[in-house]
Design a protein around this ligand. Structure first.
Ligand code: HEM
Length: 342
C-alpha cells in the first residue's frame, strides 16, 4: 500500500541542521540562465509535445551544486544539477530535471528514505595509506583525502549502504568519483528516469533524456587544489562572450530494459535521437526572484510526455511541491499544465 506520509518524510530526511529554511535542502547553491530550445527536424516524428514541433521555445535553466550546504565549494567533487523549464506557447510549462549522475541510488522512494538516513554527512578523518591499499585489494574505491576545510564527508554512510544493498552500488561509486566540472556548461546532465512519449501516429516509446554540452565535457584537475567559487563567474563570462549550447539526446528503450528502475542503466547501443538544441544566452538579472524562488518539478509534464511506472519519479512530484512550499517559493504552475497526478 502507498505510504501517504512518505513525501514529507523524504523532505525531512534531506534537511540539514545547518541548512536555511528559505533555501532548497539539496542543490542549495544555484544560478539561473535563460535562452531558447529549438527542436530538431525529426523530434516531431517521435513526440507530439509542443516544444518538439520545431518553433523556438523560451527556457529558464537553473544550474546547481548537488550539496545541501549553503557554503559554496564549487571545486569539490559533487553531483551538479540542471533544471530546465520550457515555457510553452499556450502559457503552460513543462520541466526536465537532470543531474550529472546517470543512475540513481535506489529503485523506490522507501529505499531512498533508508539511503538518505544512512548517508547523512559524517565527520571526515583522513584514511591511512594501509587502509587505502586494503580498499584497493578488496576492489573498493579508496576514500579520497578531505579538501582543505572539509570537516564532514558526504559519502561514508552511502558507501556502507552500498555494501549492503547492491542496487545502490553503481550510483554511489559514480558519485564518489564524479569530480567537479570546469564550468556548468561543460558537463552532461541526465534526467535519469524513463518517460513515455507519444508520436503523431499514436506510437508510445519508453525513453531517457540527456543534455550533452556542445562545447564538450571538461572537469577540473583532481590533483590541483580546488577553487571554492568559480562556477557562477564562469557561466557569466561564458554567456557574455557567446551562448552556451546543449543537445538534447533521447535514448529509446527496448523490451527487457529497466523502464521502472532508475538504478539500472540501459545497454549503450540503444537508438539515440537528437531531439533539439538548447541555447543559453543570458544569466537572469534578479537571481532571487527569477531563479531561487522558482519551483521546478519533475511531475510538471505536458501532452505527449508521461511518467513511466518508476516509483521514484512519481514520488518526486509531491516531494518537490512540499519542499517548495516549506521554503516559501513560487508554486509550480501545475494548475495550467497537465500534471503527473494519476
Ligand atoms: C526520491 C528521490 C528524490 C528526492 C526525495 C529528491 C528531493 C529533492 C528536493 C527536496 C529538492 C528541492 C526542491 C525544491 O525545494 O524546489 C530537490 C532538488 C533537485 N533534485 Fe531531487 N530528489 C530526488 C531524486 C532526484 C533525481 C532522480 C534527480 C535527477 C534527475 C534529482 C535532481 C534534482 C535537482 C537537479 C534539483 C534542483 C532543482 C532546482 O534547481 O530547482 N533529484 N530534490
Amino acid at each position: 500500500m502507498e505510504d501517504p506520509g512518505i513525501a514529507e518524510r523524504l523532505v525531512d530526511s534531506l534537511v540539514r541542521p545547518d541548512g536555511s529554511p528559505k533555501k532548497r535542502p539539496v542543490h542549495t547553491i544555484g544560478i539561473g540562465a535563460t535562452g531558447s530550445f529549438l527542436a530538431s527536424h525529426v523530434a516531431r516524428d517521435y513526440c507530439i509535445s509542443k516544444h518538439f514541433q520545431g518553433t523556438e521555445t523560451p527556457v529558464t535553466v537553473r544550474f546547481s551544486n548537488g550539496s545541501g550546504s549553503a557554503v559554496q565549494h564549487d571545486g569539490w567533487s559533487d553531483v551538479r544539477g540542471m533544471a530546465t523549464r520550457f515555457h510553452l506557447d499556450d502559457g503552460t510549462a513543462t520541466d526536465l530535471i537532470a543531474m550529472t549522475l546517470p543512475e540513481f541510488f535506489t529503485p523506490t522512494p522507501e529505499t531512498f528514505l533508508d539511503f538518505a538516513l544512512a548517508a547523512k554527512p559524517a565527520k571526515f578523518s583522513r584514511e591511512s595509506p594501509w587502509r587505502k591499499i586494503l580498499d584497493m585489494l578488496k576492489l573498493t574505491p579508496p576514500m579520497r583525502d578531505p579538501y582543505p576545510g572539509e570537516t564532514v564527508r558526504p559519502d561514508e554512510g552511502a558507501m556502507r549502504f552500498a555494501d549492503r544493498n547492491g542496487y545502490a552500488q553503481l550510483a554511489v561509486f559514480q558519485a564518489a568519483a564524479i569530480g567537479a566540472p570546469a564550468s556548468y556548461d561543460r558537463a552532461s546532465y541526465h534526467a535519469v528516469h524513463t518517460f513515455v512519449i507519444t508520436a503523431p501516429d499514436g506510437t508510445r516509446r519508453w525513453v531517457r533524456f540527456t543534455w550533452q554540452p556542445i562545447a564538450g565535457v571538461l572537469d577540473t584537475n583532481p590533483n590541483a587544489p580546488p577553487e571554492d567559487v568559480y562556477l557562477q563567474d564562469k557561466l557569466r563570462e561564458r554567456l557574455a562572450l557567446a551562448p552556451a549550447r546543449f543537445s538534447l539526446m533521447m535514448s529509446i528503450g527496448e523490451i527487457g530494459d529497466a523502464f521502472d528502475d532508475p538504478t539500472r542503466p540501459w545497454p549503450p547501443h540503444r537508438v539515440r535521437v537528437m531531439m533539439g538544441t538548447l541555447t543559453l544566452d543570458t544569466v537572469v538579472k534578479d537571481q532571487e526572484a527569477d531563479c531561487e524562488r522558482l519551483s521546478f518539478n519533475p511531475g510538471l509534464l505536458t501532452d505527449g510526455i508521461e511518467p513511466s511506472g518508476d516509483l521514484v519519479l512519481r514520488a518526486r512530484k509531491d516531494v518537490y511541491e512540499i519542499s517548495s512550499k516549506r521554503r516559501g517559493a513560487v508554486p509550480c504552475p501545475f494548475s495550467r499544465s497537465q500534471a503527473n497526478d494519476e
